[in-house]
Design a protein around this ligand. Structure first.
Ligand code: NAG
Ligand code: NAG
Ligand code: NAG
Length: 308
């Protein structure tokens, strides 16, 4: 424990404010960097003091050049510093520090963690511009989410797609914002999601957010169209021939009606005899059967009673 303390105490002392910059003002709190699609904003909570409005100054340094410099956010009233369009490059490892200032007073500096835009920025999803449907493909055109790309990093796109009814996903990885999903089935609905990925030497991939899911149907192939046309043609011919035959038979219409309205219905001779015989009744037969069934039922009940 003593050993641990001896290590911790000198460090704690080193972080304490030096006497000459005695904290006359409260330092800014909650200093954070919001970075999305390489738009970078350093912000902090406003410092409230009775004496009046407080100003702030921001400085930065890089890992390779250990000297604090200004970035046009010197003695500002705002509680944010937009360093998007400054000399600070997206692939630099950078540190920022902020302090509050009022008249000749100033607070201690509050320092951020290391920031590297290409690694730390939140890359939004690409924006879908258009989809062109073909029988065997979908051609997707989208806008890149990142505002600019320089020589120090690359952006590639991951297009995940699947047949809507199956969920078996495939992925195309490409640097282009024009992507063709090939070898699709005609008249089938396919869905896709797009995501950008930033490639750089330090961290091979930093994936962006997935886009919404978009679904589009492929069109009908020429072969199928020809098939349908042929089918319609054949059906049409059948209909025409049918109608023609109808008109042909219309000439003999009266004779046809005559043939139908005078059917040669004849009851077979043995049925005729049965119907005329009053001794043979269908109802009698049915009654006999009914009684027999009841009789059998009551027997079974009796046998159960004897058993118990
Ligand atoms: C700093 O952030 C914390 C957590 O979000 C919050 O509770 C606190 O009020 C913030 N401080 C100031 C001075 O805004
Ligand atoms: C600094 O800010 C001022 C005022 O907002 C602007 O006119 C100027 O171009 C900025 N300079 C740099 C180097 O960004
Ligand atoms: C920061 O600056 C960039 C370019 O200078 C601008 O496009 C962006 O809107 C600014 N962001 C904010 C939050 O002011």
């Amino acid at each position: 424990l003593l050993l641990l303390l001896s290590v911790l105490v000198p460090r704690a002392l080193a972080r304490a404010p030096s006497p000459e910059s005695a904290s006359q003002l409260p330092a800014p709190q909650n200093v954070t960097i919001d970075s999305r699609n390489l738009y970078n904003l350093l912000r902090w909570a406003p410092v409230q003091v009775k004496k009046g409005p407080v100003f702030y100054t921001v400085q930065y340094k890089t890992q390779s050049y250990d000297k604090w410099g200004e970035i046009n956010c010197t003695h500002i009233a705002e509680t944010k510093c937009n360093f998007t369009s400054t000399e600070i490059q997206s692939h630099w490892i950078t540190f920022f520090r902020v302090r509050s200032e009022l008249e000749d007073m100033q607070s201690d500096w509050v320092e951020t963690n290391a920031f590297m835009a290409v690694k730390d920025t939140i890359v939004g999803p690409p924006t879908l511009k258009s989809v062109v449907s073909k029988p065997d493909s979908l051609l997707l055109n989208f806008l890149p989410p990142l505002r600019n790309v320089n020589l120090f990093f690359e952006v590639e796109y991951h297009v995940h797609y699947w047949e809507k009814s199956t969920d078996v996903k495939k992925t195309i990885i490409t640097p282009n914002t024009l992507v063709k999903l090939k070898k699709l089935r005609q008249l089938t609905e396919y869905c896709f999601q797009i995501q950008a990925a930033v490639k750089n030497s330090l961290r091979p991939y930093s994936y962006g957010l997935l886009s919404n899911t978009f679904c589009h149907q492929t069109t009908m192939s020429d072969g199928t169209k020809a098939g349908y046309i042929l089918l319609i043609f054949v059906v049409t011919i059948f209909v025409v021939v049918g109608v023609a035959m109808g008109f042909f038979y219309l000439g003999n219409f009266n004779e046809v009606i005559k043939a139908w309205s005078q059917p040669s219905l004849k009851i077979p001779s043995h049925f005729e005899e049965d119907l005329n015989d009053p001794n043979i009744s269908v109802f009698e037969d049915w009654e006999n059967t009914h009684v027999e069934v009841e009789h059998w039922d009551s027997l079974s009940v009796v046998s159960t009673a004897e058993g118990s």
